[in-house]
Ligand binder design. Sequence first.
Ligand SMILES: [Zn+2]
Length: 621
Amino acid sequence: MSDRTDRVRGPLAPSTGVQRPLGIDDVEIEGGPFGRWQRINREAGIPLGLEQMERSGAVPNLRLAAGEGEGSFQGFRFQDSDLYKQLEAVAWEHGRLPGDGYRAFASETAALLARAQRPDGYLNSHYQMVKPDKIWTELEYSHEMYCAGHLIQAAVAAARAGLGEELMAVARRFADLLVQRFLVDGDDAIDGHAEVETALVELYRHTGQGSYLELARKLIDNRGRGLIAETGLGPLYAQDHLPVREADTAAGHAVRQLYLEAGVVDVAVETGDETLLACSVRRWEDLVATKTAITGGHGSRHDGEAFGERYELPPDRAYNESCAAIASIHWNWRLLLATGHGRYADLIERTLYNAFAASTSADGVRFFYVNPLQRRADLFEDAYLGRRREWFACACCPPNIMRLVASLGHYVATTDDDGLSVHQYVPGTIRAGGITLAVETDYPWDGRVRFTVRDTPGGEWTLKLRVPAWSAPGELIPDADGYAGIRRDWRTGDTFTLDLDMTPRLVLPHRKIDALRGCAAIERGPLVYCFEQIDQDGELDDLALTPDAQLRAVERDLPGIGRTVLIEADAVRLPPAPPDGLPYGTAPPESLPAPTTAVAVPYYQWDNRDGGVMRVWTPLA
Ligand SMILES: [Zn+2]
């Protein structure tokens, strides 16, 4: 194990790259939305998750597999993965701030997993209990490698966060079995749900065992060669339609594609494979330009939880699974470390503050699986399109959210040989390479970020600050990567102030996005706004924004939400149009618009007050 891997107490420790990540304990987040999310994750989210590990069957299933429990298997064939993600969340939370019971939970669960694991290393409670004769025979939908991947990620987290090596021993036995069967013995099968690839590379980084990396590379090169049996959903669903190096657009199940991309970048970085990295960048550019919601969300179709076609971005039917936002952040973080390009940090910011943050209620105990950009009054699909829910039968999202929130500190700043780069602006302290930097800010409510050097190793170094693409260039001119570098012989006590432009913006969609034509949205800083019925004078769906609308930021403390900045926008109210035959005609409906004010709230704070109508995209008058 290299020195460097030892030092990075975070989810990712690549051995090369333009930027080097920090550990979760190198960055202390003290306030702001990130601080609030971490606090409620600790106080409310993780305790709820731990309770659900029993109630949902995840832990009882493993007791059955260990020959210790009564009853029958509960849940989906990938139920084990909920527990692994929950373990990972607990591990990062412990690494950030040790807590009562975390060590006991991790150690008891690792012991249970060791007892449930077969002598050959195989571990999957569903297949062991329900379909022992089908092990490894239905990989197109079995999720066996997918679950192994989440186990490996949890084990890496536990080891790096100081929760011991017990889980690592279980994970390595399983990983060694995968290597034996799918690399050494030459079985060319792959899992229908990509995930294990990125996990295997991290296990290689953590242990130095090259066969884990080799297996990850083989699994990536095997995809797109028709090795996944037909499931009725078609090869596109699992990205098996084209070899990874040949595909030029993200397609099929969004979460699968995005986890796959994380693994692709990991393998490319560790093997120095420039063409493999280039194919992922090519798909990124296409995806961002044509298939990304304004919130950073991905997946336009409920059918197959899939990306749509280029420019198919309906606000009401948008799927934007919470897990897709998380997977996108994983992918973009890998690309940022590999290339140093700020466009990836820009998209991480957009996704974190919007698609991702909206997944969780202000009190931290209710979650969205699907994150649309519009909610109509009918709500007939209220299972997933209604209000946030405490848990789900298919609960992939809540523990995934918890593991990312617990490890948010990892995504704030990086180092290189030249100094320190700050990618996300949060109040707190950053420590790296002998530098201690205090950050004071009220971001994202305010655009001023003040940095104070508390400690420095001496000599010149560069403080690199991301200048978000949405901010009008001020005194600081960013370089081609989107960063402004301040190189100095920094002394303890030196300060620097960054001022980002927080003027609210009226944003228009690309003309090819048919579903949004004639509409506009509002952004301020990194936040996308939406209109909720509760804040409007009159029916929300009768409002239209004026094209030259004046936008005014107003600070508020709202019940159910807490602190926020609302945007008041000049608008007009159209008279109600009662149904009268078909909703079409040869002349535009007569209307006498009356001036009014529409009030917008940050999208991530929606659905915390009532279950009313919401829209991000609003017609222009
Ligand atoms: Zn999910």
